[in-house]
Design a protein around this ligand. Structure first.
Ligand code: F6P
Length: 458
């Protein structure tokens, strides 16, 4: 079997013996099977960079990593990736901060990463590139003479044509995809948007099976909804680790039902609307005042990108306002935690919650939604309230789906979830759980790699 080379923007070399997260578990399995290697940015910023990548071998997985120079971090990572592509691909033209030097930094850094990756590649490798930071990487590798199979998977949404074309030079981005043999998206919706964009933006022709004819090259595109390892989640819930923390949370509820949200602090997650919807519930249904606790974990993210800092300040204002209006000396309606917790702790928090609140304005998939389902006690499961604008909602049709802009609708859904009888909770949960076990993270990577390996070599 040809060796697999995984390429992602961030490539954090784990400490030996530490537990990898969901995506790493699936990719590690595939890497081990093929004797492969994971390549990417090590997360550091350095004045000068080494000629060849740093090699590490941890728990049987090989890593090759490189630092970024300050200018590349600013223009490529903070600039083009996170202030241009991230908002645009989440349908937020208004939040896009396009600057020509960001675009130049994106081009320059992808070329730099391709040059470094060339030190690692062998002839017959199968290369799997991940996410929006690296769209041009395939083209840069082809220009350097790589004729291996190269696949690309986009973890975030792909926007409709009228949104994409707000990006100066969008046609160039679209043409970059033609270097890939297989292009994967989270959902049929993203796939349809992509096909429409390349047909209208480049004149490429796509048949009903997703085969793309770019004129001189052929690719294939498909939907590959990413997932989790539900057994890993159940193990974390059942293993008794963090028992003290979880017990403290439980005791602090004094028998009140828990509503939980767990997100990176990101404007795509819809947190201001979510908080206002919860406030609407307290306003409209006075019986809930004093009788429910909403815990929101908002893990700090991209803190040196200005839009993220502005969001943090906005959220602090809304939380202060809600708690100021409704709190009592012995009850706080909204516990807002702007910090990160270890994965097992989060899984145990999810398991305790009667309602999982996942209401992004736009999300490629949203794995917390799936983790919430996997963490539940099958005999007494909680209810997931899930935004229709997530990839997860296209799969999980038995959960309570809401419009994340509709405060009344979310308020009603939380109340419905709180009051839902056991029998209905179990029935809805069983359907959702079957979807997740039917397509877990291992199915996802196997399906993508099987199709990539089956494509004809260019
Ligand atoms: O969901 C997209 C993504 O880029 C993930 O790959 C990553 O784990 C997460 O967002 C956090 O992003 P960053 O690497 O910018 O901290």
């Amino acid at each position: 079997m040809s060796r697999l080379v995984v390429v992602s923007n961030r490539c954090t070399v784990p400490r030996a013996g530490s537990a990898p997260g969901g995506l790493a578990v699936a990719l590690n399995a595939a890497l081990r099977e093929s004797g492969g290697i994971w390549f990417g940015w090590d997360g550091s910023i350095a004045d000068s960079t080494r000629r060849v990548p740093q090699r590490d071998d941890v728990d049987g997985i090989r890593y090759a990593t490189v630092p970024l120079q300050k200018r590349d971090y600013e223009d490529y990572y903070k600039g083009y990736a996170n202030r241009v592509l991230w908002p645009l691909f989440h349908y937020r033209i208004d939040a896009m901060q396009f600057q020509p030097e960001f675009r130049e930094g994106y081009r320059r850094t992808n070329e730099y990463l391709a040059r470094k990756l060339m030190h690692v590649l062998e002839d017959d490798d199968v290369i799997w590139v991940h996410d929006y930071h690296l769209i041009p990487l395939g083209h840069d590798l082809r220009s350097a003479g790589v004729d291996s199979r190269i696949g690309f998977f986009l973890h975030i949404p792909f926007p409709p044509f009228d949104v994409l074309r707000a990006l100066p030079g969008y046609v160039h981005i679209l043409w970059s995809f033609c270097a890939y043999d297989l292009i994967g998206f989270q959902s049929d919706n993203d796939l349809r948007n992509f096909i429409d964009c390349i047909e209208r933006g480049t004149g490429a022709v796509v048949d009903d099976d997703g085969n793309i004819s770019w004129g001189y090259r052929r690719s294939r595109a498909g939907a590959f909804p990413i997932s989790i390892d539900p057994r890993e989640v159940r193990d974390m819930v059942g293993n008794g680790r963090d028992v003290k923390t979880v017990r403290r949370l439980q005791q602090s509820l004094h028998g009140r039902p828990l509503v939980i949200g767990v997100d990176r602090l990101d404007y795509s997650k819809g947190l201001p609307d979510r908080f206002l919807a919860y406030e609407r519930m307290l306003d409209r249904y006075p019986e809930t005042v004093g009788d429910v606790v909403y815990l929101q974990v908002a893990q700090p993210s991209r803190e040196d990108v200005p839009e993220y800092n502005a969001l943090r300040l906005e959220l602090e204002g809304i939380v202060g306002e809600i708690n100021g209006r409704f709190a009592e000396f012995d009850w706080m309606p909204l516990r807002y935690l702007n910090k990160a917790y270890a994965r097992p702790t989060i899984m145990n928090f999810l398991a305790l919650a009667r309602v999982g609140l996942v209401t992004p304005l736009r999300d490629g998939m949203n794995l917390v939604a799936k983790e919430y389902i996997a963490a539940q006690n099958p005999d007494d499961p909680g209810v997931l309230v899930l935004s229709e604008m997530t990839g997860a909602a296209q799969e999980l049709d038995s959960v309570l789906r809401v419009n994340p802009h509709d405060h009344d609708g979310i308020a009603d859904a939380i109340l419905t979830a709180l009051k839902m009888p056991l029998e209905e909770r179990v029935e809805r949960w069983q359907h959702a759980h079957a979807v997740i076990t039917g397509n877990d993270i291992f199915n996802w990577s196997e399906r993508f790699l099987r199709q990539l390996r089956a494509t004809a070599r260019t």
